[in-house]
Design a protein around this ligand. Sequence first.
Ligand SMILES: [Zn+2]
Length: 384
Amino acid sequence: MSATEQPNHRQRRAVFLSTPGLWKTGHGRQHPMKPERLLRTHTLLEAYGAFDAPNVRVVTPPPATEDELALIHSENYVEVVRILSEGGTWTETREYIVPWRYGFSEGDNPIFPGMYETESLKAGSSLTAAKMLYNDECDVAFSFGGGLHHAAKSSAYGFCVFNDTAIAIQWLVNQGLRVAYVDVDVHHGDGVEAAFYDTDRVLTICIHQDGRTLFPGTGFVDDAGINEGEGYAVNIPIPPYTDDDTYLWAFNETVPPLLERFNADVVVTELGVDTHYEDPLAQVMLTTAGQTAIYEAFDALAPRWLACGGGGYNIDVVPRSWTLAFGVMSGQEFPDELPEAYTSKFGGQFLRDHVQPEIDDLTQKRVRQRMEEVVAAVKQQHKL
Ligand SMILES: [Zn+2]
């Protein structure tokens, strides 16, 4: 489908992949990746009546099968995750499992009961989204439980066990499609980038807080792909304290021309909302207005749009920003006052931010100077 044939937004068929199994269990009480992020988002959308619109469908995804997980992960790792999840310590070939060799330890990636079921369901969610887009059953699909962009072939990493996003992309590539991936999570999408670093079938674009100041410490401008993939990995490392205007300027200077040049069949996005100024894990200063402008840009740029969730650790911000995202996807505008069915359980008042982050003039000036340098370097690296 070309951009000119894009259905008008009111008619855009939007799918929301959701089921309580996605938030049934999680990394533990003290961990920032709280399952309640997903419960709250589903509850808020439901309270707004978002799922009642005639162009919207809520779809219950099945878990990804072992073969589907193996589109990206090693069979050994898939087995290890299953056994650790069940409390076991030996593989069928009598390998004694040393959890840290597979990225598991207290801290970022604890082993938890039901881990295999929950995490394979997140992978199944993004994969179902990919299949529905491919089969022309929808125009946009939001796998809000996915976006686990750090998971590696044989290792958990950065709160991520299975890389649902890379699995969905690989499946689409196997059907012969060209896929562009744009990651606006505040952290570099290292796992997805690594999975497609040597191919020209997938363009990866990651905009993230500079790796010298934030986990995972990678994703610099000259990391641009290898072999056939040279030039097909784009990294835009942004300075801490970047605000809405500066971010959107950098986005508009780079992302639309890159997507237009690549001309993908499907655009896959990782919509981590840890770019928000109230996020406890990073220092980028976006508001829900800036994040909504990003969603609107994707809506205009993506012929078919597979949206995945991702990071976001302020539990009051995540449901609001992803509700705004699904509003853009499905052509719905929600009242600013949060519905009572939501506030009676989770508190809060407004859907959109009413307070702006405070950034002093000198910091803002330095950020803008640095951003101009970064954008110039990206344009040079990628001949824009
Ligand atoms: Zn993140």
